[in-house]
Design a protein around this ligand. Structure first.
Ligand code: ATP
Ligand code: LTN
Length: 340
């Protein structure tokens, strides 16, 4: 499809930090909607590498992981010819706008962010960095630089998007209509707003979970996927039913529905009276079938660094051009001397 009429389309922005491996939770919660919405919106998909360094990264592995994520975005179905895909660190305006927005954000607001509280707690004993505290302001800068209308994310990011809205509204009250106030796009609970760990259905599937059996990576082998799903925590009822009292089974049903496109009620009917063994085996095969073409495409793309660099180069240029316009507008509004 040709995006000639690109400027008239509303803008979508989203990103994922290149830390750990991209997993099924992030796919179902966020990327699935990126793919669905990419034709209706002018899209900016970022590899938000500046966010990643709020946790210490090994430089060599970190650099390679940025390429892994780029190849995975494309392998999942994001078309680099039609959308802007870029590394956040290639667009200096993100860091620059963060500084400005820092001066319009309260310590109290950031102290209330649940992701900060959770992550700071996990780092117990170590020094909690200013970067981890300021993380949501960098995220607000990401979003606000592009006149973003819609931000498709999982439920865990709702608070961060609301903060970006609050900052935009506050800034606009002071200086006029500078920023577009963004909306979040979060799937319904049964569509995967929050996919849970296979080992602990009370906590989110997460790439930083030290228990690797709780998370299915998009690059896991069929054997590993089968093993993880066989071990997935359920309950003692042996009844395949979606219900708040059955978080483990409900989570598996959500995953099953997301990877096959079937309705949860149809799956409940299909597995009525059949117990968990067959349900888990079939789910494992459905996940293996789902990730197979993604993996095939990923391995094709991943070895061609020149092609990946060309995509990043083009993405950086397109994103810089757009972000720079907003940054200039902000500098002017605040009252800096702007050289023409
Ligand atoms: P980390 O463990 O480093 O915090 P994460 O595994 O939680 O990472 P992110 O990189 O923070 O994943 O998330 C990427 C995107 O995927 C975000 O939009 C996030 O809301 C969504 N997402 C992440 N995990 C899940 C999940 N378990 N269920 C639904 N959406 C998710
Ligand atoms: N904090 C997000 C990643 C992120 C993001 C963004 C998402 C950084 N900047 C802008 C949407 C829009 C997370 O998933 N942990």
């Amino acid at each position: 499809m040709n995006k000639e009429n690109m400027k008239t389309k509303p803008v979508l922005f989203s990103g994922i930090q290149p830390s750990g491996l991209l997993h099924l939770g992030a796919y179902i919660g966020a990327i699935k909607n990126w793919i669905k919405l990419q034709n209706e919106y002018e899209c900016f998909f970022s590899i938000v590498d500046l966010h990643s360094i709020t946790v210490r990264q090994d430089p060599k592995a970190f650099r390679e992981r940025c390429y892994d994520f780029l190849a995975l975005y494309i392998a999942c179905g994001i078309d680099p010819a039609e959308n802007v895909i870029f590394c956040q660190s290639h667009v200096p305006a993100h860091a620059e706008l963060t500084w400005i927005l820092n001066c319009y954000t309260g310590m109290g607001e950031l102290s209330r962010m649940t992701q900060f509280k959770d992550k700071a707690k996990k780092q117990e004993g170590a020094t909690v960095s200013v970067g981890l505290f300021d993380y949501p302001v960098l995220q607000a800068a990401d979003i606000l630089l592009y006149r973003t209308n819609l931000v498709p994310v999982g439920a865990d990011q709702k608070q961060h998007i609301e903060l970006a809205r609050d900052i935009a509204l506050r800034f606009n009250r002071l200086y006029g209509e500078i920023f577009t106030v963004p909306d979040h796009f979060i799937p319904k609970a049964e569509a995967g707003a929050r996919i849970m760990s296979l080992q602990d259905p009370e906590s989110k599937m997460s790439k930083s979970d030290p228990n690797e059996h709780g998370t299915i990576s998009l690059l896991d082998s069929p054997e590993v996927i089968r093993k993880k799903l066989k071990r997935a925590v359920t309950d003692s009822e042996a009844e395949v039913r979606f219900h708040a009292t059955k978080p483990g089974v409900s989570n598996l049903l959500t995953i099953y529905a997301a990877v096959t496109g079937k309705d949860i009620s149809a799956l409940e009917a299909e597995y009525q009276g059949s117990g968990y063994g067959k349900f888990k085996d079939d789910l494992a095969e459905a996940v293996v079938t789902f990730v197979a073409p993604i993996q095939e495409r990923y391995f094709e793309l991943r070895h061609d660094k020149a092609a990946l660099n060309a995509i990043l180069q083009k993405g950086a240029e397109q994103a810089r051009a757009r972000a720079e316009q907003m940054l200039q507008k902000v500098y002017e509004a605040v009252g800096f001397v702007v050289l023409k």
